[in-house]
Structures are given as structure tokens and as C-alpha cells.
Write a protein that binds this ligand. Structure first.
Ligand SMILES: Cc1cc2nc3c(=O)[nH]c(=O)nc-3n(C[C@H](O)[C@H](O)[C@H](O)COP(=O)(O)OP(=O)(O)OC[C@H]3O[C@@H](n4cnc5c(N)ncnc54)[C@H](O)[C@@H]3O)c2cc1C
Length: 755
């Protein structure tokens, strides 16, 4: 019998039309003995077929987005949010931007194409190109806004360059949208460098489009090649100039240089050559589909999403067959397919088998087909709940075989009261006069004096480790390093040396663990090297779960330089860097319920070290600081105010939340150790208006690699916040420190209504 030691690694690069089908299929029926990784440049894949409908105002951006992150989670895949830059097919590695390559047993590329002519003078500055398509969608509002600002007395001249199917639809939908919204007259032109519009389409379809264009006064001009673009006109080959106020660039699909640069066989346009089985020409373990590939046997196949869609089931079957060592299926591109072109006025034109048709019913048909396609991949509905389609597949309710799913990162910390009780039961150790911060201090760092004399330097050290919160070892290494150095930064100390502690799963093959270790240490090194921290060595072991941590050390000339947790002073303002919510976000991610954009933002925050925050704290005369990690903001703040004998007043309205955190909390999603952290409520005074405040749960959310929390004199508050924000930090004043009244609590939570 095979064991998990023989897990094969499948790496999918890109969230194109075929790969989303692989993910869905693997979510419904996971392939045995395989681990899946999805590499994405951006979390959202856009369904281009509905883009003209967005321009027409028929769809919202969300309706044409496939969030690949929850979809991948459903398929048990890890997601790497970093674009692939190449492939080392001989050594079976995918190369990634700003991080080490990842190994694969089988890889597949579905990375689409880009639009040609972007390097012509002025195109990038003045045109709206349709690729990357996500950017096109995001820029559409600003594009329309520019049109609305056009002086009302003058006709607006819009030009669409490129008259393939996409260009034709964009010319019609843009014309309708502009005419509906603008008081000024609108002139729309569709320019094509070739001899005819819609190359390869049935002549009757072309005729219908031309007739419609004439009726709508859309100027269709073939044999018009743009050579440069400026703010208000286009220069054409032959010296002609055309006035232009708005420009959409939708010239034909071209390849990026990724495949040619990787030494793979490509066609003359740079698209990677594939066989009928969708395998890349010289490599059985490398597949490529959709626009990015060119089939050796069918070189004339146009670049259209319909092919990528049809290839999906073949790719899925062939990936499964490759894993099982079975025979692969051969894909032959369909010779004809249903073409449906959106006219933007509620009607569409269609063609199939040489027949053409048009009308509202054709648009209705297109709408039904497109929406049905999208429903298969949109895991989360607009309200954030799993859509009916995925609910029916069975939700990931956070439990496996009756065991609750446990959060990793700092959410996997032992409860504070458990730690306190255990330390209380421990016999005091022998007195050591060199100790400056030890067991009797509730501090995250330890410190001891070295050398002789009255003013001895102090070594400050800390150890921090957590269970894996992600199955991306590189990311884990980075975040674990950020988290570990943060303990010293919170003391105002520059970390200098580190040693690693890494446990890897005992049931994994040696090669898998070797690869993970390389990735973990490489990730950690990016942070440590940047901060001038030397990695001295460490210790590795195998365990039930992966765990990563670091022992970190720094040295200061005198202990008086240290920020303490016991030195908050009445009159200080409380500053928090970074936003809160990583606990609940990664809890939801494990359940396939977090949007990719939320996870992207949280990961960005978790990979940002606290060095800048520490410098600002010291520069603005902070006396006390801590970093916010597993015990949540309330736990760490309570520790500080207890040790300082003061009351911290928190204005709950000010608490900064990461995108999605409040939405998830409103749906009662909570990280594993939230409940444990929320026990801190007992020692807090929560004003009436704050008790039911939607931000209250943020106080107890365990943070992984959270921000710094420190107190600065009131006079320094604004300058400190400005300096932090200028340096790109999220910085918020969340409250004040006051003298603790006789019956006062370490933390008082107030809301605007109670202030
Ligand atoms: C306006 C417009 C309308 C269109 N309408 C139609 C239509 O109605 N019907 C039709 O058949 N075709 C249509 N097309 C063409 C269609 O968009 C493409 O043929 C289709 O998107 C190709 O699908 P794909 O799976 O190859 O790649 P894509 O859908 O482009 O997906 C590629 C994916 O890979 C990701 N990616 C790219 N590079 C990297 C990288 N280096 N690393 C990681 N990830 C990466 C991208 O973010 C994206 O998720 C239209 C095109 C446009 C511009």
C-alpha cells in the first residue's frame, strides 16, 4: 500500500479557465497521494466573456470575478501569491518572483496571454489595455469618470483599437454606455489593422455586425494601423492623425517571454508548444493550456476562452492519469463553436454552424451560459457565505474526523492563564544577579548583564515559535522570522543573531522535508538579512505538525535603554501599528471562507517587520511597548497596564481591522484561541455602548506577527503617527493611559457613544 510519504506535488500556475475547472474537480474528488499548489499573480481571475457586459453596465465587477483562493482551499491546495517568472523543466521547478523556485512532480501553466502593441509610443500612458484583464476591470470606473468629465459642448471621441471579438463587443458596449451617460455627443470608432473585422468568423456574422455598427454610427475602419498614441490623438501608418479622447487597446493576443526565456519550445509568437495530450513538447510532466499554449497539431487555433474552457476536463483527466500512470486523453480543438457578441443594448448577435441570429433572446442566452459557468467557481456569494452550489458539495465546517480544526500561527499559543498557573507552581530558581528580565517578569524577552562593572551591557534574547498556519514553507519562514524579531524590537533593541528551531512532519518523505526546510530558511533569511540579523544555526526535528521559530538576541549598552512592559505612564497616548484580524482571517481561510484579497492584505501585513515601528516608538519617547501576538490586543495590553499599575482606556471605534475581519466576526467566525483570550473580559471594564460594538471581538483575536503597541506622551502623538504613516505603516491612536482609580481595571473599553 502507498503511504503519504509518496505524495506527489502538482503545481498549477495561473487561474485561467482550465485551471479553475481542475480546482473544482479536485475539490469534489481529491486525487489520491497528491498535494496541490496554485501559483497566482493575483487572487482574482476574471471571466473575460462578461467584461463587455461590465462596460455596458449590466454586471458589477464582482459578478465576473472568480476568487481563486477559496476555490483552491476547497481543493486542499496551498496558494502562493507570487507570479511565476519561468520554469526550469529539466529540474522540475517553477521559478517565482522574489522567492526561491518550488519543485513539482507535475506542473501545468494556464497563464493566458497579453495584448500586443503595448510598447508602441504612448500606449501605456494614454490607452486602457484589456490585459492584464483584472487591471482593465479595476480601471473601468476611472475611465468612465474621465468620459463624464469631458466638456459637454464637445463630442467625445472614443476609439477601440483591435476588431477581434473582444474589440467588437467593447466598441458596442462602450458606445451604448457613453451615449446613455453623457450629455455630450459621442463618436465611437473601431480600428483594425487587418483587412476585415472578426478574422475567422462567419461572413454572415461580420455582415450583421457591420450593419449594426452603421445603425449605431460606430465607425468601422480596417487597414488602419496605429503607430503611436498621444493625449488627444492617434498617429496611423501613412501619416494620418485621428483625434481621440478615450482609447481602449484590444489588439491581438501575444505571449509573454516566460516560455522562451525558460528554454521551452515555442511557436514564432512565443506561445509554448504542446502535444495533443496538452503536455509541453519535450516534457511529459509539464502541461500548458489556454491562450499561453499553441498546439503543434493545430497551430491555427485562435486565442479564445472557449478553447481554454474545453481543455479543462482534458487537463483534469490527464493530471489524474499522470498521477496514476494511466494513458492520457487527446484534445482536438472544436472546429466550430457558439459565438455570442454583446451589443450593449440588451441584445446580442450570435453564430453557429454558419447560421447567425440576433436579438434580446440571444443576449438572454449568453447571460444564462455565462452565469452558469461562473456559478461553478464562485465559492463565496456576495454576502460572503458559501454559494448554494458549494454548500451543496458539503461545507468545510472546520472539523476533520470529529476533531476541531486548529488554527496555527500565534493562535496556537498556550492560554495565558495556563502559563501563569504553571509558572506559579514552579519552585523559584537560584538567585542570579546578572538577570535583568527573567521568569518573574511577564515579558516576552529575557535579558541578562554581561561583563563586569556598574554599567554592564545587557544581552536581550527571546524565543518564539508557532505551529504552521500555512502550508507555504517560504511564507512560514518569513512570518516566523518577523514574529520572532518583533519581541526584541518591542524592547527597542536591534536584533543581531538568531538560531532556528524547525520541526517538520514525521510522515513526510525526506525530499519533501528537505525542500520545506530550504524554503523556510530562505524565507526567514529575507527578513533576517534585511535587518542585519545573522542566522547562526539552530535545531531541527520531526514532529506531528510543522513548527517554526527562532531564538533571537541583541545587545544594548545599558538596561536603561530597554522599553519595558511595566512603564506605561498616565498621560500617554496608546499607539498601535498594523491592523487586527489575522486570527479570524486564517481561521476562515482554512475553511475556504476567506476572500483572496483579504488573505493577500493579511499576508502583506504579517510579512512586514516591526523595525520601523520600534524606531518611531523610541524616537517619540515611548517608555513601554509590546508586540501584539497570540493573546490578542486585550491580553497584551492588560499585561502592560497591570505591570505598570495604570488603566488603559481603549476607544473601541478606533481599532483598525484588516479587510474581512469584521465581516467574518459579524458571522460569528472566531479563531481557535479567541475564546481563551476573551476570558480577559473579566478583568476589563466595558462601557455599555462598547459591549455590543462590532469591533469588540477584535480585542481578543490572536495575532500572528502583529504590530507594536506603545505609549507616547500626548505632545508626541501626532508627530509619531505622521512619521509611521509616512513610512507606510498602518498606525492608529487607540486610546490613552490614565492613573488607575482605586476600583479601576487594567483596561477600560469605551465607544464614541460613551465617551
Ligand atoms: C474584452 C474581452 C472579451 C473576450 N470575450 C471572449 C469571449 O466571449 N469568448 C471567448 O472565447 N474569448 C473571449 N476573449 C478571449 C479570452 O479572454 C481569452 O482567450 C481567455 O481568457 C484565455 O483563457 P486562459 O485560461 O488561457 O487565460 P486567462 O483567462 O487569461 O487566465 C490567465 C490566468 O493566469 C494568471 N497569470 C498570468 N500570468 C501569471 C504568472 N506569471 N504567474 C501566475 N499567474 C499568472 C492570470 O492572473 C489569470 O488568472 C475575450 C477577451 C477580451 C479581452
Amino acid at each position: 500500500m502507498r503511504t503519504t510519504r509518496e505524495l506527489r506535488e502538482i503545481v498549477l500556475v495561473g487561474g485561467g479557465h482550465s485551471h479553475v475547472q481542475v480546482l473544482r474537480s479536485f475539490a469534489m474528488e481529491p486525487p489520491p497521494y497528491a498535494h496541490l499548489t496554485l501559483v497566482l499573480d493575483v487572487p482574482l481571475a476574471i471571466y473575460s466573456g462578461m467584461v463587455p457586459g461590465l462596460v455596458a453596465g449590466r454586471y458589477t465587477a464582482q459578478e465576473l470575478e472568480i476568487d481563486c483562493v477559496p476555490l483552491a482551499r476547497r481543493a486542499g491546495a496551498r496558494v502562493i501569491l507570487s507570479p511565476a517568472t519561468g520554469v526550469d523543466a529539466r529540474n522540475r521547478r517553477v521559478l517565482l518572483k522574489d522567492r526561491p523556485p518550488i519543485s513539482y512532480d507535475i506542473a501545468s501553466f494556464d497563464t493566458g496571454s497579453t495584448v500586443g502593441g503595448l510598447n508602441l509610443p504612448g500606449v501605456r500612458e494614454h490607452a486602457l489595455p484589456t490585459r492584464p484583464i483584472g487591471l482593465f476591470v479595476r480601471r473601468m470606473d476611472a475611465f468612465l469618470e474621465k468620459a463624464r468629465r469631458h466638456p459637454s459642448g464637445k463630442a467625445l471621441r472614443a476609439v477601440v483599437v483591435g476588431a477581434g471579438a473582444g474589440g467588437v463587443e467593447l466598441a458596442f458596449t462602450l458606445e451604448r454606455r457613453l451615449r446613455t451617460e453623457l450629455a455630450a455627443g459621442v463618436e465611437v470608432r473601431l480600428l483594425e489593422a487587418g483587412e476585415r473585422i472578426l478574422p475567422g468568423a462567419a461572413p454572415s456574422l461580420v455582415r450583421r455586425i457591420e450593419t449594426q455598427a452603421e445603425k449605431r454610427s460606430i465607425g468601422v475602419e480596417c487597414g488602419r494601423k496605429v503607430v503611436s498614441v498621444s493625449a488627444d490623438h492617434l498617429a496611423l501608418e501613412g501619416g494620418v492623425e485621428l483625434p481621440c479622447d478615450l482609447l481602449v487597446w484590444v489588439t491581438g493576443a501575444v505571449s509573454t517571454s516566460l516560455f522562451a526565456d525558460s528554454g521551452l519550445a515555442t511557436d514564432p509568437r512565443g506561445f509554448v508548444l504542446t502535444r495533443k495530450t496538452l503536455q509541453v513538447r519535450d516534457y511529459d510532466d509539464l502541461f500548458a493550456v489556454g491562450d499561453c499554449a499553441s498546439q503543434i497539431d493545430y497551430p491555427r487555433t485562435p486565442k479564445a476562452g472557449v478553447y481554454a474552457v474545453r481543455q479543462g476536463p482534458y487537463l483534469t483527466d490527464n493530471l489524474r492519469a499522470s498521477l496514476a500512470g494511466d494513458r492520457l486523453r487527446e484534445y482536438r480543438p472544436q472546429s466550430d463553436f457558439l459565438t455570442l457578441l454583446n451589443l450593449g443594448d440588451g441584445r446580442a448577435v450570435g453564430s453557429k454552424w454558419g447560421l447567425t441570429f440576433e436579438g434580446r433572446w440571444v443576449m438572454g442566452l449568453k447571460d444564462r451560459i455565462d452565469r452558469r459557468f461562473m456559478r461553478r467557481f464562485q465559492v463565496l456569494g456576495p454576502d460572503g457565505h458559501p454559494s448554494a452550489e458549494f454548500e451543496a458539495m458539503g461545507t468545510m465546517d472546520g472539523e476533520t474526523e470529529g476533531m476541531p480544526m486548529l488554527c496555527g500561527g500565534c493562535a496556537a499559543k498556550l492560554g495565558q492563564s495556563v502559563l501563569d498557573r504553571a509558572l506559579e507552581r514552579l519552585e523559584p530558581g537560584p538567585k542570579d544577579e546578572t538577570v535583568r528580565l527573567g521568569l518573574e517578569h511577564a515579558d516576552d524577552a529575557a535579558a541578562y548583564a554581561v561583563g563586569a562593572g556598574d554599567h554592564r551591557p545587557v544581552v536581550v534574547s527571546s524565543i518564539d515559535a508557532f505551529r504552521a498556519f500555512t502550508d507555504d514553507p517560504y511564507l512560514l519562514g518569513r512570518v516566523a522570522a518577523v514574529n520572532a524579531v518583533s519581541d526584541l524590537q518591542a524592547k527597542g533593541v536591534r536584533p543581531r543573531y538568531a538560531q532556528a528551531l524547525v520541526a517538520l512532519p514525521q510522515d513526510r518523505a525526506d525530499e519533501t522535508n528537505e525542500e520545506s526546510l530550504v524554503q523556510i530558511l530562505a524565507g526567514a533569511r529575507t527578513v533576517l538579512d534585511l535587518l542585519g540579523v545573522t542566522l547562526l544555526g539552530g535545531h531541527t526535528l520531526t514532529a506531528a505538525d510543522a513548527l517554526v521559530g527562532f531564538h533571537v538576541e541583541g545587545i544594548v549598552a545599558s538596561e536603561t535603554e530597554l522599553l519595558g512592559i511595566d512603564r506605561l505612564e498616565p498621560g500617554q497616548e496608546l499607539i498601535l501599528t498594523k491592523a487586527l484580524g489575522t486570527g479570524v482571517l486564517f481561521h476562515a481561510d482554512m475553511k475556504g471562507m476567506a476572500r483572496g484579497s483579504w488573505i493577500g492584505e493579511a499576508l502583506e501585513s504579517m510579512q512586514r517587520h516591526n523595525g520601523v515601528a520600534a524606531e518611531a516608538a523610541v524616537a517619540h519617547h515611548a517608555t513601554a511597548a509590546t508586540d501584539v501576538t497570540g493573546f490578542g490586543l486585550a491580553g497584551h495590553l492588560a499585561e502592560m497596564s497591570r505591570a505598570s499599575g495604570v488603566t488603559a482606556i481603549v476607544d473601541i471605534d478606533t481599532l483598525p481591522a484588516l479587510g474581512g475581519a469584521l465581516e467574518l466576526m459579524a458571522r460569528d467566525e472566531r479563531s481557535t484561541s479567541h475564546e481563551q483570550n476573551a476570558k480577559a473580559k473579566k478583568g476589563m471594564r466595558i462601557a455599555d455602548g462598547a459591549g455590543s460594538h462590532p469591533k469588540l471581538p477584535l480585542l481578543f483575536d490572536p495575532q500572528t506577527a502583529g504590530g507594536l503597541l506603545f505609549g507616547v506622551p500626548t505632545a508626541e502623538r501626532d508627530a509619531c503617527l505622521t512619521a509611521l504613516r509616512k513610512a507606510g505603516e498602518t498606525a492608529t491612536c487607540i486610546g490613552q493611559v490614565v492613573k488607575r482609580p482605586a476600583d479601576g481595571a487594567p483596561i477600560e473599553v469605551r465607544a464614541a457613544s460613551t465617551l
